[in-house]
Design a protein around this ligand. Structure first.
Ligand code: NAD
Length: 244
């Protein structure tokens, strides 16, 4: 069982979807969790619910593309518990346009949130983790980060996260900070609930079902905890056999 008592975690994009479940599991394992998102109402409601269940959580509005908001999030953590042990770069958006239809601005937006947002998180959080004894960073990539798809900006951003993960793992290993990526397959959330690809994707999945947010969150918990102490620079596909 993963015990995160006395640890502090930041989860981005945690107001709903997989991030919310990740925050809930980390808090359930004893961590103080800063729930971050651009969705203020949903984030505050989640924090209120988890606090009511006896968890040590707070919500802070954080747009991951903003370096100054990241700095404010780190200041909030320093003033709260004084330490940082876990960062989950979970925030993400999708734009399903193909290259021919996508503007440069639309491309930049997806890369900015999905890849640059995680880069800023790693850049600012790893030094604080190092100062307070090391830590674990988990980047939520996708099994899209292994092949080409008809959502080129999203796919490219998820490949970028795998590259960031490996590079950051090398750079911060001596500082005691581990960096890993999780590459989920289809998990039904607000990101894809209305996608026409749901049925075909389930059909192409050997296990013939989508994954559950909790199944991804359990892997986050493992990578956050001491059970994975010798694992860094890896990506973990969790997709019911889709990638093969
Ligand atoms: P979701 O849309 O429910 O959650 C994404 C969250 O990110 C939302 O709460 C959203 O408000 C937040 N967010 C968006 N832009 C942000 C920004 N600039 N700053 C901070 N927060 C921001 O979707 P989800 O399925 O829970 O996605 C979570 C992660 O999992 C994403 O990175 C996604 O790419 C990845 N993923 C999802 C699937 C899937 O099938 N759902 C598969 C593979 C990977």
């Amino acid at each position: 069982l993963t015990d995160l008592s006395g640890k502090t975690a930041i989860v981005t994009g945690a107001a709903r979807g997989q991030g919310a479940v990740e925050a809930e599991l980390l808090a359930g394992a004893g961590a103080s969790v800063l729930i971050c998102d651009v969705l203020v109402e949903e984030g505050e409601a989640l924090a209120a619910r988890l606090t009511g269940e006896g968890r040590d959580v707070r919500f802070l509005k954080l747009d991951v593309t903003s370096e100054s908001e990241w700095t404010a999030a780190l200041d909030a953590v320093k003033g709260w518990t004084g330490r940082l042990d876990v960062l989950v770069n979970n925030a993400g958006i999708i734009n399903r346009k193909i290259i021919a239809d996508m503007s440069v601005e639309e491309w930049r937006k997806v890369l900015d949130v999905n890849a640059t947002g995680a880069f800023i998180g790693v850049k600012l959080c790893a030094p604080l983790m190092a100062e307070t004894g090391g830590g674990s960073i988990v980047n939520i990539s996708s099994n899209s980060g292994f092949s080409g798809h008809y959502d080129p900006a999203y796919t490219s951003s998820k490949w970028a996260l795998r590259g960031l993960t490996r590079s950051a793992a090398m750079e911060f290993a001596n500082a005691g900070v581990r960096v890993n990526a999780i590459c989920p397959g289809l998990i039904v959330t607000d990101l894809n609930r209305n996608s026409p690809h749901l049925g075909p994707m389930i059909g192409m999945t050997p296990m013939q079902r989508p994954g559950e947010a909790e199944e991804v969150a359990q892997l986050v918990l493992f990578l956050a905890g001491e059970g994975s102490a010798f694992i860094t620079g890896e990506d973990f596909v969790i997709d019911g056999g889709f990638t093969g």
